[in-house]
Design a protein around this ligand. Structure first.
Ligand SMILES: Nc1ncnc2c1ncn2[C@@H]1O[C@H](COP(=O)(O)OP(=O)(O)OP(=O)(O)O)[C@@H](O)[C@H]1O
Ligand SMILES: [Mg+2]
Length: 156
């Protein structure tokens, strides 16, 4: 747990380049401790940019024992954390926000929760206004640049 939670948000807002998957996971662990309840976190980046790797660490930070993988058959998968639920969603195979209507995501999002959303572009402009945005950029084989944008309402 970060003694000074602003450190991880500050680090990620400035942008940081990791040199391994383990390092990216470690950032996910740390951010999990500071994201407020009922927040959507959009993970943006190309195939293999590290979104699921980050989500795996984030889940660990929430006290989830199962290993997070790319949800292949489901669009979203709920997990039970120590003090709140995690919903890991991959919108890659959605054609647009209308596709989401039939999936009953709202029924699954029971507060307190965190929603980690890969391929948020698929939902276009339907994300909540206070969504946190993280962008992943591959730099060669093993380096990934990771940058966080928080909404104006975020206090950390
Ligand atoms: N610094 C790094 N950070 C994260 N992943 C890394 C890093 N270096 C290498 N990798 C590797 O890159 C791959 C990232 O895959 P991951 O599934 O996390 O990507 P993704 O963004 O979720 O892709 P997709 O859009 O297909 O879901 C993994 O194989 C991981 O081991
Ligand atoms: Mg993924």
């Amino acid at each position: 747990m970060d003694t000074f939670p602003e450190n991880i948000t500050k680090t990620l807002r400035a942008g940081i380049t990791t040199a391994s998957a383990a390092e990216t996971e470690g950032l996910g662990v740390r951010l999990a401790h500071v994201v407020p309840d009922d927040t959507w976190v959009a993970l943006r980046g190309d195939l293999g940019a590290g979104k699921t790797t980050f989500a795996r660490g984030f889940a660990r930070g929430m006290g989830i024992k199962e290993d997070i993988t790319s949800p292949t058959f489901a669009i979203f998968v709920p997990y039970t954390g120590t003090s709140r639920q995690l919903v890991h969603m991959d919108a890659y195979r959605l054609n647009g926000p209308d596709d989401l209507d039939s999936l009953m995501l709202d029924d699954c999002l029971r507060p307190p929760y965190i929603l980690l959303l890969e391929w948020p572009e698929r939902l276009r402009d339907t994300l909540p206004h206070d969504t946190w945005h993280i962008t992943f950029r591959s730099i060669g084989e093993a380096r990934r640049n990771i940058r966080l944008q928080t909404p104006p309402s975020a206090t950390l």
